[in-house]
Design a binder for this molecule. Structure first.
Ligand SMILES: *[C@@H]1O[C@H](CO)[C@@H](O)[C@H](O)[C@H]1NC(C)=O
Ligand SMILES: *[C@@H]1O[C@H](CO)[C@@H](O)[C@H](O)[C@H]1NC(C)=O
Ligand SMILES: *[C@@H]1O[C@H](CO)[C@@H](O)[C@H](O)[C@H]1NC(C)=O
Ligand SMILES: CC(=O)N[C@H]1CO[C@H](CO)[C@@H](O)[C@@H]1O
Length: 656
């Protein structure tokens, strides 16, 4: 397709512009698909297929085997109205990446939405569900009862045995009690929530046992809610909102040993809510009898709704879905920044190597920290939530106790052993050989220090970030991560992909490359609870397949024997079909075995985070296009929506 490509390109642009204008009009009236079909006289195929062709293989997870009978049913032509709907959705995908960007700082010109969906009101417990205090039945006031149910729902959880949790809960619960209740209920250990807990368990059970009709009804209600509140209009386009439902009240958990765990996370009311929309938009109406806290028209921010939560005092936002223009542009920019780093990383590396010899201690420390960020993809500082006291650290906040120096270890020289809790209390443990100069510097930084002293005492996150900005505009520790993750994926894909292996094997290679990145970024996980079971299921499938294959081989052998004797056309045909059956089974077995390998290797690694946040999707798209691997095998629907820009833009020779 290379001939005259520049001419074609121009034409494509012209067409696009026309198309864009047309689409704009169409969208305004709402029904793009139908109108476009009328104009064009045909319907173009959807770009991103909704239902990928399914060979049961995806992302290391096995899908439920398809029911053959059901498949047959599906092929019966459905009434038109039903079939057209999903296609219409596809048709409306807006290629924002082909349009000009707004000037820096401006996020939108028009914004209209329906506001948030509030948590459903509290439903009091039935009379039959009793609460006991000190062995005696007690009827709680509605407010006290509501908060008690939050605790009851968590009764089986380890949290409710933790002292801080109980203390925080009890303190906040008492605030919701009437004076009378407060006088009686003075000791949490005397509260008996068992009946409440049993009631909720029974409810959960009942939900599982719901009839098809009931489930369908709930599904329809959810869809209705999504249709009304799940979208906004931003600059003539209907965009999906990420989190339009406000979280219901409950008890705060937090990660690690959070000092605020057990506190009451209040119910958010319209009076807490700040609405952001454009001046010429219809302001969403608050629920009857209520008012918004404030209505703003600020097009320098991307949020639609905000409020302040009561536990940490942090501001929460309702924002657009990752598939939106606003989020997509930001994502795209992130990878462009990482590509800029690629261009100057050598210079930066040479600079910090020079700085290891600096006379100034501060410069030396900065240079060693930068080396860690570059080489180990460490985070800059401790990006923990305010009030969080979990003892997590980043590069700048490393303490002497977090590293051990080994002049020699397992045949390697100058090894640094790291052991600390990183973001979200995930342990970082690594033994890395470093350059001699780094090692000597670390020895120097540790001289005359106690274990709890800062390793980099002349450095903080602010200083380091400032330095990064001076090295390259927009540079942060995270850019190193994105850069290294993306470049590593690209290199690994080149190394691991064997041109003549089949698609399942290629996918395994992809996942291996992805895993190399996840390990680099320390995206570990505990093996999923269902791991052993799902592995066993897979193994029994493999065993069954092996048996089938053995049978098929036996059949083939006897058919061949028959053919030798009879030598007629009919037996020859039988032999051919038996041969095909064997081949088919061999392929299926291979596929299952590849899956088992993949899943075993994936046991303790979370691929999702790097896939979603650190890997330039264009590398993946290019790889898929180059090797003819359907993109659906690598990205699920959510991911395809998020990366629609990359899927459309990147061709097979894209280089990060
Ligand atoms: C609270 O109740 C528990 C269980 O009855 C009892 O062991 C404990 O001593 C009580 N605590 C106080 C402070 O009264
Ligand atoms: C990425 O990180 C790895 C692991 O520390 C490191 O060995 C490698 O040099 C880095 N690669 C690039 C290109 O930055
Ligand atoms: C796609 O994968 C992500 C993990 O990256 C997961 O959170 C999401 O639920 C998946 N979506 C679908 C539609 O399967
Ligand atoms: C005009 C206005 O109120 N702007 C605010 C919009 O929201 C952001 C983020 O909360 C604030 O920083 C702005 O001051």
């Amino acid at each position: 397709h290379k001939d005259g490509s520049s001419e074609k390109h121009k034409d494509k642009h012209k067409d696009r512009d026309k198309e864009k204008r047309k689409e704009e009009k169409v969208r305004a009236s709402g029904d793009a698909k139908i109108k476009k079909e009328k104009e064009n006289g045909f319907s173009s195929p959807p770009r991103i297929k909704d239902e990928p062709e399914d060979d049961g293989y995806f992302d290391g997870k096995l899908k439920k085997p398809k029911n053959k009978e059901k498949d047959k049913d599906k092929k019966v032509p459905e009434p038109d109205s039903k079939k057209k709907k999903p296609k219409k959705e596809e048709e409306q995908k807006w290629k924002w990446w082909e349009e000009e960007r707004y000037p820096e700082g401006i996020k939108w010109k028009f914004l209209e939405h329906k506001g948030p969906v509030f948590a459903p009101p509290y439903e009091p417990l039935p009379e039959s569900v009793k609460f006991y205090y000190d062995g005696k039945v007690m009827k709680l006031s509605p407010k006290a009862e509501e908060v008690a149910t939050f605790f009851a729902k968590m009764l089986d959880h380890e949290y409710t045995t933790k002292e801080i949790f109980r203390k925080n809960f009890f303190k906040d619960w008492r605030k919701e009690m009437t004076n009378e209740e407060k006088n009686i209920i003075t000791n949490l250990s005397k509260c008996d929530f068992t009946q409440m807990s049993q009631y909720f368990k029974a409810q959960t059970e009942a939900r599982k046992q719901m009839s098809k009709e009931e489930k369908l009804k709930i599904k329809e209600e959810n869809e209705k809610l999504l249709k009304e509140y799940g979208f906004c209009i931003m600059d003539n386009h209907r965009e999906r909102i990420a989190n339009f439902k406000i979280e219901p009240p409950g008890l705060f958990r937090g990660r690690g040993n959070h000092p605020k765990m057990g506190m009451l996370k209040r119910r958010i009311m319209p009076e807490d809510i700040i609405i952001n929309c454009s001046k010429d938009a219809k302001v969403p109406s608050p629920p009857t009898g209520h008012k918004w806290k404030e209505v703003r028209h600020d097009n320098k921010v991307t949020w639609l709704v905000s409020w302040t939560e009561n536990i940490q005092g942090s501001i929460k936002y309702i924002m657009l879905n990752p598939s939106s223009r606003i989020k997509g542009e930001k994502d795209w920019q992130k990878y462009e920044t990482a590509r800029r780093l690629k261009k100057c990383v050598d210079k930066i590396r040479n600079q910090y190597r020079e700085d290891w010899k600096s006379k100034e201690m501060k410069v030396r420390q900065r240079a060693v920290a930068l080396y860690f960020i570059d080489k180990l993809a460490l985070r800059a500082g401790n990006e923990k939530e305010e009030g969080e006291t979990a003892d997590t650290v980043g590069c700048c906040s490393l303490r002497v106790e977090h590293i051990n120096l080994h002049p020699e270890l397992d045949g390697q020289e100058y090894v640094v052993e790291f052991d600390f809790l990183g973001k979200d209390s995930i342990r970082y443990y690594n033994k890395v050989p470093v350059e001699k100069r780094v090692f000597k510097n670390l020895q120097l930084f540790m001289e005359n220090k106690q274990p709890e002293d800062d390793l980099f005492d002349r450095l903080n996150t602010g200083i380091l970030n400032k330095h990064l900005q001076d090295l390259m505009e927009g540079l942060t520790a995270k850019v190193f991560r994105t850069y290294n993750a993306s470049i590593t994926l690209q290199q690994q894909l080149k190394e691991l992909t064997a041109p003549d292996e089949n698609i399942p094997a290629k996918i395994l290679s992809y996942n291996r490359a992805n895993r190399a990145v996840a390990i680099l970024c320390n995206h570990q996980r505990a093996p999923p609870k269902t791991f052993e079971k799902s592995m066993m299921n897979l193994q029994s499938k493999i065993d069954a397949k092996k048996e089938q294959l053995a049978d098929a081989r036996r059949d083939l052998k006897s058919a061949k024997a028959d053919a030798k004797v009879l030598k007629d056309a009919k037996t020859k045909k039988v032999v051919e079909s038996k041969k095909k059956a064997v081949q088919r089974l061999e392929e299926q077995l291979m596929k299952l075995e590849v899956q088992a390998t993949d899943r075993e290797e994936n046991k303790q690694i979370a691929l999702g985070t790097s896939k979603l946040n650190y890997l330039d999707p264009r590398i993946t798209v290019a790889w898929c296009k180059k090797w003819g691997v359907p993109i659906e095998k690598i990205y699920n629907k959510t991911q395809r929506e998020k990366f629609a820009w990359a899927i459309d833009m990147a061709d097979e020779d894209y280089e990060f």
